[in-house]
Design a protein around this ligand. Structure first.
Ligand code: NI
Length: 170
């Protein structure tokens, strides 16, 4: 299977808005297969297209006691009134974790890898991952949701090999 390279913050690609997927074809299915593999290898529970250099509106998830899931052109159509904090991390910001407030449940509509539309009511960790990954499709990172003082503190020791000045566009 094709090995995919992770895009790491502060690569500016992570700030771009992903484009709608128009064809769910063989190439796209092999991409989502490779994304699931990459997510598993990195011990992540969610991965968006942009994180492997593809500005396409899709992401994959695999939380505990669930199967791997593919979400293509997803949209959140309902969110719970109840909001809660939970510690999040991101494969594109390795080693950084912070509590993020989000709605505790969401209803999401998307297409799966077979090109079939589905609606899913999610709560718990899956609801959180769906919101985190959907943010990626709009160029938003979890660190954008936390207070400036907290961000400064959690990012103080962040070190990555990416020099933003030398990052090339994919
Ligand atoms: Ni992330």
């Amino acid at each position: 299977m094709k090995r995919l390279e992770l895009v790491i913050h502060p690569d500016v690609l992570l700030r771009d808005r992903s484009q709608k997927v128009t064809d769910i074809d063989e190439e796209l299915v092999s991409l989502t297969d490779a994304m699931i593999d990459t997510m598993h290898r990195a011990r992540g529970i969610g991965l968006a297209g942009v994180q492997v250099g593809r500005l396409a509106r899709l992401f994959v998830t695999h939380v505990d006691r669930d199967t791997p899931r593919v979400f293509i052109n997803p949209s959140i159509v309902e969110t719970s009134v109840d909001v809660g904090a939970y510690e999040e991390g991101c494969l594109s910001i390795p080693g950084v974790y912070a509590d993020v407030n989000r709605p505790l449940a969401v209803k999401v509509q998307a297409w799966n890898e077979k090109g079939r539309p589905f609606t899913l009511d999610a709560d718990g960790l899956l609801a959180r991952v769906i919101q985190h990954e959907l943010d990626h499709l709009n160029g938003v990172l979890f660190i954008d949701h936390i207070a400036d003082s907290v961000r400064e503190s959690v990012m103080a020791d962040y070190d990555c090999d990416v020099d933003p000045a030398t990052v090339s566009r994919r």
